[in-house]
Design a binder for this molecule. Structure first.
Ligand SMILES: [Zn+2]
Length: 290
């Protein structure tokens, strides 16, 4: 029935806006939390060495630690604490006309765009599969992939705290028959996804002495294999490579490449994941005539 599809899509859109708002926090804070954790570990290590008599300087103690829930969100320009009514997904941005209520400096349009993208993905998943475990599983997949793509784009990191749960969730969803991928295909997808990029990484490194990608990419590709099955790996890697190369050349022409000229691969793998989610993994092969 059409009306039920529309209703499920609307539920997905509202849920997606809320989760998208949370993803903005994750995308912004998770890399800083990782850095904070590394600093803490380094400090502990330095203290141990010093206790053993090594002559080293202890690093300065870290400022107030952040987590996903603390402190409250603030304007990065003036420190204005963002009230709940200034934090309603998309609507607040429109109401405030993209400016901080206090200092009137502009707020990045990326915040509402992430919320809208998440809403669209959730609406799609729930309209297609209904309010079922399958529908919600693909919502979770979409949210994780969106966060990974943007964190990698910003920081060239793909945190284990997202890639590894995403991988296990894909295998679990297959075992529970929430996805239509049979369990052996899911497990082989995870194994082949990881190993294939690991092999390419080492072949490239031995041949050129350079590192073309990171271990996070292997884990993300393994996760995509777990969610779509091993058959999806070739279409996804083809698409990610072609689109990634085109964007890399465009950035180079526009000389917008960051220091070291490094374009992260994760966002393009994630892009392949989204295309597979919406049109199916084989759509890419059909599109290029295979
Ligand atoms: Zn402000």
């Amino acid at each position: 029935m059409l009306s039920e599809t529309v209703l499920n899509g609307a539920v997905g859109a509202v849920l997606g806006l809320l989760i998208g708002s949370f993803l903005n926090v994750v995308i912004h804070r998770l890399p800083r939390m990782l850095e904070q954790q590394w600093n803490t570990e380094c400090a502990q290590w330095a203290e141990e060495l010093k206790a053993q008599g090594a002559r080293i300087e202890l690093p300065a103690p870290q400022k107030a630690l952040i987590s996903l829930s603390k402190p409250r969100s603030r304007c990065p320009h003036c420190g204005h604490a963002i009230a709940w009514h200034e934090n309603i997904p998309v609507l607040s941005y429109l109401f405030l006309r993209g400016r901080c209520a206090e200092c009137k400096k502009s707020i990045s349009p990326r915040y509402p765009l992430v919320e809208i993208a998440c809403a669209a993905l959730f609406a799609f998943c729930l309209a297609r599969s209904g309010l079922t475990p399958t529908g919600f599983a693909w919502c979770g997949f979409s949210a994780a992939l969106l966060a990974l793509a943007l964190i990698d784009w910003d920081t060239t990191l793909l945190p284990d705290s997202i890639t590894l749960p995403l991988l296990w969730a894909g295998i679990a969803a297959s075992a529970l028959q929430w996805t239509s991928v049979p369990l052996p295909q899911s497990v082989w997808g995870a194994i082949a996804g990881y190993l294939s990029l690991w092999l390419i990484f080492w072949a490239f490194k031995l041949a050129t002495g350079k590192e073309g990608m990171g271990y996070g990419d292997f884990k993300l590709f393994a996760a995509l294999g777990a969610w779509f099955g091993w058959q999806a790996l070739v279409p996804i890697i083809l698409m990610a490579s072609v689109v990634g190369a085109v964007i890399g050349v465009l950035l180079k022409l526009g000389s917008k490449l960051r220091e070291g000229g490094y374009v992260p691969f994760g966002p393009f793998l994630a892009g392949g994941g989204f295309v597979s989610l919406i049109w199916g993994p084989q759509a890419v092969l059909h599109a290029i005539g295979l």
